[in-house]
Design a protein around this ligand. Structure first.
Ligand code: ADP
Length: 445
């Protein structure tokens, strides 16, 4: 096992990784930007190194600075968390060429899955069902029009290098497709440094169901069940739960096998997520794979008892998975609420500010992953996620009742948060019936 791990991230995920390191007796090295000198991860780690100015490209995305920090602190491995450099194949490669273990996927796997169009082509070959779409990326508008006519509108234009809910457009007719084609292409070039785009049939009112995967270097691959992430706004997740109320046990088994097959098709190593959309008829389609720890991983930890961060560290150190598929027992129901520094009454506008009071809930079945403390000032340069409230119950009903209780207890004063949204959804019939689909929030909130 590693002696010293550098965490190339900030916020709640950096804190989460420091906790895993501490439990495993690993010395943790935090890196921080000038805006984060009072951040919790900076204070909590065994050691903390400033890597530059507040702007992400000057610090958390600055590869030379991070590698220097790893060398100075003699870290043997780097955990990238999520976002920032976590799915950057070049960073993964630079780490290994400097003799530092990248706690994530090998560069060739990141490359294959990071290009969403290429990933779909690989999955089609591996017999994993994919959303009907163009055969890889397309360059000409004419190809787009032919495809759309063959599957019928609406269709989605997607950036091959897109992520985080960005780089996607729904078009309902030929006129809209013509208008959006080149705009999406040039935006993709500007945002993702990759102007490649492809088209997909737009699945109406789908459920987003993803499977958590663990794979070791010896070729063992298991899944830890699914997470239903259908509660979204602008393709960004707001709440995740497991198990999904929408799929049957038979489907769960089938989709779990498909997820393992998908991971195996690319020689997957590490923790990862295979994402599917499930349509009204229960048909499922692969949309993409994420080669990193996900924000919503605690949902799976709560029902499986597996510490996914520790598993990542063990896998990166070359150890065999500690469990086989048969050992995995999923128990009860878990829901995660993303509490963001956003104002739901003002179109979810992000905002920083000083936290006047921070008082998290407690009691049975409650977990809070957060980097907040009373008196902390939330910077505006970064992701708006402040805290994740994860609630476990014997069944969905208990988890929902407990969630209401926990949200009532949760006090974050001084800044606007998405908590009012969560209070709302916990009383919304469609959610209570387990029937929320991905554009439900936009239609009803
Ligand atoms: P990202 O990498 O940006 O998260 P994904 O491909 O995972 O993008 O898609 C994010 C969300 O966008 C999905 O959960 C779903 O809500 C919506 N979406 C993506 N593809 C489709 C599709 N073909 N039809 C309908 N909704 C889609």
């Amino acid at each position: 096992m590693f002696d010293r791990v550098l965490i190339a991230n900030r916020g709640e995920i950096a804190v989460r990784i420091i906790r895993a390191c501490r439990e495993m007796g690993i010395h943790s090295v935090a890196v921080f930007s000038e805006a984060d000198k009072d951040a919790l991860h900076t204070r909590m780690a065994d050691e903390a190194i400033c890597i530059g100015a507040a702007a992400p490209e000057k610090s958390y995305l600055n590869i030379p600075h991070i590698i220097s920090a790893a060398e100075v602190s003699q870290a043997d491995a780097i955990h990238p968390g999520y976002g920032f450099l976590s799915e950057n194949a070049r960073f993964s490669e630079i780490c290994s060429s400097c003799g530092i273990t990248f706690i994530g996927s090998p560069p060739e796997v990141i490359e294959k899955l990071g290009d969403k169009a290429m990933a779909k082509t690989i999955m089609t070959k591996a017999n994993v069902p994919v959303v009907p779409g163009t055969d890889g990326v397309i360059e000409r508008e004419r190809e787009a029009l032919t495809f759309a006519a063959s599957v019928s509108y609406p269709v989605m234009i997607k950036a091959a290098g897109g992520g985080g809910g960005r780089g996607m457009r729904i078009v309902f007719n030929e006129k809209e497709l013509k208008q959006a084609f080149h705009t999406t292409q040039s935006e993709a070039g500007a945002f993702f440094n990759n102007s490649a785009i492809y088209l997909e049939k737009y699945i109406e009112e789908p459920h987003h169901v993803e499977f958590q995967i663990l794979a070791d270097v010896k070729g063992n691959i298991i899944h830890l069940g699914e997470r239903d992430c259908s509660v979204q706004r602008r393709h960004q997740k707001l709440l995740e739960e497991s198990p999904s109320s929408f799929i049957s046990q038979r489907q769960r088994v089938k989709m779990g096998k498909a997820a393992v097959k998908a991971a195996s098709a690319v020689g997957y190593v590490g923790a990862g997520t295979i994402e599917f959309l499930v349509d009204r008829n229960g048909e499922y389609y692969f949309i993409e794979a994420n080669t990193r720890i996900q924000v919503e991983h605690p949902v799976t930890e709560m029902i499986s008892g597996v510490d996914i961060i520790k598993e990542q560290l063990r896998i990166a150190a070359g150890e065999k998975l500690s469990k086989t598929q048969r050992d995995i027992e999923l128990k009860g129901h878990a829901i995660e609420f993303r509490i963001n520094a956003e104002d739901p009454s003002d179109n979810f506008k992000p905002m920083g500010g000083k936290v006047a009071i921070y008082q998290p809930p407690g009691g049975p079945g409650i977990r809070v992953d957060s980097h907040l403390y009373t008196g902390y000032t939330v910077p505006t340069q970064y992701d708006s996620l402040l805290a994740k409230l994860i609630v476990w119950g014997e069944d969905r009903n208990e988890a929902i009742r407990r969630s209401r209780r926990a949200l009532d207890e949760f006090q974050i004063e001084g800044i606007k948060t998405t908590m009012p949204f969560h209070h709302w959804i916990l009383n919304e019939k469609t959610f209570l019936d387990g029937e929320v689909y991905t554009d439900f929030v936009e239609k009803h909130y």
